[in-house]
Design a binder for this molecule. Structure first.
Ligand SMILES: [Zn+2]
Length: 588
């Protein structure tokens, strides 16, 4: 137990400079103090070295006398506290608008504690005061209690780091969901119908509370910080809040709004899964280095499976549309050759160097634990439902994991997974977990879904210009993706199982002509649509400004979706099973 009193003050006297002014006042300890800036933000598994945005670090005595301060490594500053204490003052440059970083301009100031606050080594236990000093006319919003003077109180550094703060001229929208006070804060224009968003969010929250069999008992306040911007930026979960970066126009179209509700459902699901039910290493956190775990498939895969299922059960996505989304996910997974290079455990463990550091070879070397994780959980859910005759489902696993967590506050160790999952549903799931999580084998969608009463048929979306009678027929396929850069067609990805790889096409090549005829900027798919699968063509390309010719035999484009339909001869048990899975039967 440390007797130090620590107060963090963050001010923004000139927001348009993008610089937060931070003071850490330490009292009650003397001698050397080590101030260390986190290297990463929990929930986003990449070392980002936030200390690179720290500027002008000064140490002062409480009476204002300048004290020596020096660095011992890229993230650590050291100073000697006097008998009265020490103030460490510095600035943080904040002009990176994502959910995991910090951003300030004349319109608002948003920060994540991991980006702006040093941890005082050995003094991570609070309580800490956090004084947020906003410009005239602004307010601040955070999911932290306040003391009599209006300062926020964080129990420890984890809570300080886990409580993002939005400052600006916004209004807080208060609402109750599941008997718990919730608040919405929007930044940016583009949205009109707050009432619908609040009503739909309430449905999602209440569906999740019911699913888990109750909200976390200490959840007495929850904050949504929603940044409306020009493009999607994802979401980040916290114990009592979530930050969303969304396309400002998403509320106006049906697919955009579907994506919004899934994102909200996803991040809110993390209130249980990941923020409380958590893999070993994911709280308390080591902010200085990677927190390796083979279990991100549980944290993110389970959450991704439910992020569309919850809106479906809540009535915000129809059952028919849900099956369409599921079919698209299957197609997306099957189009990734990297799915045979990583198991889900391997993908989880290597998140820090693979999923969060994507490059042109990622499609060949890795598979997302979000996507494959969701699909493996889908397989487990079907298996449990069928083996138990509809009496059990993956929902029971969630309730069991949550009950264990609430009672013991124990993180999940990798070696416990088989036992925890199996016990929750009263059947041994070892073989299924081995096959679907620990091996690199493909998931058996056809067999499992057929047994459940669902048919699955591959389809091609008609996105190409084809002669009318051939609409829907697959366009020929080169197994590459390309980008138009300054009017040039530049190869980006080359799939290791495709014709482009076979024909020695490389990432970075400029595609110039097919059979001696120039490819128009952005016109590659149009040209391809005029050719036939199996046809051999001659490609002219430029590699490092050297012209070369390559022969390529065109392949057949993989399915880009699957139609999932109910079998016609379903018996009553199968109909009941599908109904309880989706919260209702699809109409077709
Ligand atoms: Zn997530």
């Amino acid at each position: 137990m440390s007797s130090a009193q620590i107060r963090y003050t963050i001010a923004m006297p000139a927001p348009e400079t993008h610089r937060f002014q931070v003071t850490i006042s330490v009292r009650g300890v003397t001698g050397e103090l080590r101030f260390r800036m986190p290297a990463w933000t929990p929930g986003s598994y990449l070392v980002r070295e936030f200390s690179r945005h720290v500027e002008d670090v000064r140490a002062l005595s409480p009476s204002g006398q300048e004290l020596p301060v020096h660095k011992t490594d890229k993230a650590c500053w050291v100073a000697e506290a006097t008998d009265e204490g020490l103030d460490l003052r510095y600035e943080v440059y904040a002009h990176d608008l994502t959910v995991r970083t910090s951003h300030m301009d004349g319109s608002h100031g948003f920060f994540n504690g991991t980006n702006v606050f040093f941890r005082v080594e050995g003094h991570e236990q609070g309580p800490f005061q956090l004084d947020v000093q906003v410009p005239e006319g602004w307010i601040s919003s955070a999911a932290l209690p306040r003391d009599a003077d209006g300062a926020y109180i964080a129990a420890d550094f984890d809570e300080l780091a886990d409580s993002p703060v939005e400052c600006g001229t916004h209004e807080e929208i208060h609402f109750m969901a599941g008997g718990i006070p919730h608040r919405y804060v929007f930044w940016g224009s583009g949205h009109e119908d707050m009432d619908t968003v609040v009503a739909d969010t309430t449905k999602l929250i209440e569906t999740e509370i019911e699913l888990f069999g109750g909200a976390p008992p200490e959840l007495d306040d929850y904050l949504f910080i929603c940044h409306m911007q020009e493009k999607w930026n994802g979401g980040l979960e916290h114990k009592k809040s979530q930050v969303l970066g969304v396309d400002r126009l998403c509320f106006r179209d049906i697919r955009g709004y579907e994506r919004y509700t899934s994102l909200v459902a996803h991040e809110y699901f993390h209130t249980w899964n990941v923020k409380r039910i958590r893999a070993e290493g994911l709280g308390p956190f080591d902010y200085d280095q990677e927190a390796y775990t083979p279990l991100l498939w549980m944290m993110e895969g389970i959450t991704s499976y439910y992020d569309t299922l919850i809106p479906t059960r809540a009535g915000l996505i129809t059952q028919e549309r849900y099956l369409e989304i599921l079919g698209d996910r299957i197609a997306t997974l099957r189009a990734i050759p990297g799915r045979r290079m990583q198991s889900l455990e391997e993908s989880s463990f290597d998140a820090w160097i693979k999923l969060y550091r994507r490059d042109e070879n990622s499609v060949n070397s890795s598979v997302s634990y979000y996507l494959k994780g969701a699909m493996a959980v889908f397989m487990l859910d079907l298996h449990i439902r069928m083996e138990s005759g509809g009496a059990r489902s993956f929902d029971d696993i969630l309730r069991a994991l949550w009950a264990r967590q609430r009672d013991t506050d124990k993180a999940i160790e990798p070696r416990e997974v088989n036992q925890l999952l199996s016990e929750a549903v009263g059947m041994d799931l070892t073989d299924q977990i081995d096959a679907w999580v620990r091996s690199r084998d493909d998931l058996p969608f056809e067999t499992m879904m057929e047994r459940f009463g669902l048919s699955i048929t591959g389809k091609h979306k008609d996105t190409y210009t084809r002669p009318k009678e051939e609409r829907g027929a697959p366009a020929p396929w080169m197994g590459i993706s390309s980008r138009t850069v300054r009017g040039l067609t530049i190869v980006h990805e080359v799939r290791r199982d495709g014709p482009g790889h076979e024909a020695d096409i490389a990432s970075g090549d400029e595609l110039i002509a097919i059979d001696g005829l120039r490819i128009e900027p952005g016109g590659l798919s149009k040209r391809l649509a005029l050719l036939e699968a199996g046809q051999t063509v001659s490609l002219t390309l430029s590699r490092r400004h050297e012209l070369m010719e390559r022969e390529m035999t065109l392949g057949t484009r993989p399915h880009d979706g699957y139609a999932i339909t109910l079998n016609e001869d379903l018996n009553e048990d199968q109909r009941a099973a599908i109904g309880s899975w989706l919260g209702g039967l699809p109409e077709s």
